[in-house]
Design a protein around this ligand. Structure first.
Ligand SMILES: C[S@@+](CC[C@H](N)C(=O)[O-])C[C@H]1O[C@@H](n2cnc3c(N)ncnc32)[C@H](O)[C@@H]1O
Ligand SMILES: COc1ccc(-c2oc3cc(O)cc(O)c3c(=O)c2O)cc1
Length: 310
């Protein structure tokens, strides 16, 4: 007969067993999201005349689904419904619709996260994440170098396909943040400035939004040559190819969005010193604007672990 201690131990074991299956199978959801995006499921649901689309209509409208695989779509949909990306409408005879978060997988949604999902599931990124234990055993500076033999930035310079995935992911977030930066809540940060360099500004989404919102402010994007490519500025927007560790153009202000977290503390100090050399003193209006992921202090409950700070 089981005593109370056995029952407690059993409960703990069952809980641990359930939790461990969650971990083992946690790779399934991102793969299913990638699969749904690549099959065009969110866009097909969105373009349907009726917000609820039947399973048969969905299957019939997927542009590149092999008909021999149609019977697997309900399984895929079941996982994605369970995860909150799609709604399931049983009364309407197996119908599906997009949820709020499902809309973020659409190609044309202004706040789309689609390219971030595709980047995060790119084989080059997956190979990096599975190399972390090797990286901890070798003497290379990043897991990316352990997996691919060169730095992320050198790899991007040589592999335009992967670089495109990376730049698109960054651009998708920049669209969201740009709207916020020029809104009433943040625009005061830029008022009175006559020039700004978006250091590591990627394809220029943020700098372009700032240039449009503040016509008397000159907005400069500094990024590596393979990112700048043959981009040409217009009016108060300029693109400059170069390394931020070599030279940062002079301006009133510098923007660093999602730059510092990519570098070691020593590199960040080097970069921040370069920034200081390129702007006037604080008293004369010089500023460095940092948009970055910050971690709560250890005393918090962790519910807000990652958040944007401007
Ligand atoms: C994480 S991304 C952020 C891009 C952009 N600021 C954003 O938030 O969307 C980092 C950017 O830094 C650029 N970068 C990396 N090394 C650089 C260097 N030495 N000089 C200038 N830009 C660099 C990358 O090409 C990339 O565009
Ligand atoms: C807000 O959360 C994030 C922002 C940016 C990044 C990120 O992720 C990667 C992933 C890679 O495999 C290579 C990279 O170089 C990067 C970044 O540079 C980067 O900023 C992650 C989370």
């Amino acid at each position: 007969m089981l005593n109370n201690n056995d029952i407690c131990a059993n409960d703990q074991l069952i809980q641990a067993e359930v939790q461990s299956w969650d971990y083992v199978l946690s790779y399934v959801l991102p793969s299913c999201i990638k699969c749904a995006i690549e099959l065009g499921i969110p866009d097909v649901l969105h373009k349907n005349a009726n917000p609820i689309m039947s399973l048969s209509d969905l299957v019939a409208n997927l542009p590149n689904l092999n008909p021999s695989k149609a019977s697997f779509i309900p399984i895929l949909m079941r996982i994605l419904v369970h995860s909150g990306l799609f709604n399931y409408h049983q009364q309407q005879g197996d119908g599906y619709s997009l949820t709020g978060v499902g809309r973020l997988l659409l190609e044309d949604d202004p706040f789309s996260k689609r390219s971030f999902f595709l980047f995060a599931e790119h084989p080059v990124v997956l190979n990096t994440t599975v190399s972390v234990s090797n990286w901890l055993r070798d003497d290379l500076p990043t897991a990316f170098e352990t997996a691919h033999g060169k730095s992320h930035w050198d790899y991007c310079a040589e592999e335009p396909e992967f670089s495109g995935f990376f730049d698109n992911a960054m651009t998708s977030d920049s669209r969201l943040i740009s709207n916020l930066l020029i809104s009433d809540c943040c625009k005061g940060v830029f008022e009175g400035l006559t020039s700004l360099v978006d250091v590591g500004g990627g394809t220029g989404t943020v700098a372009m939004a700032i240039a449009n919102a503040f016509p008397s402010l000159k907005s400069i994007v500094l990024d590596l040559p393979h990112v700048i490519g043959d981009r040409k500025g217009t009016g108060n927007l300029e693109f400059i190819a170069g390394s931020m560790f070599d030279k940062i153009p002079h301006a009133n202000a510098i923007l660093l969005k999602w730059i510092l977290h990519n570098w070691s503390d020593q590199d960040c100090v080097k970069l921040l010193k370069k920034c200081k050399e390129s702007i006037p003193s604080k008293e004369k209006g010089g500023k460095v604007i940092i948009i970055e992921i910050v971690m709560e202090d250890n005393n918090s409950n962790g519910s807000n672990l990652f958040k944007h700070n401007t």
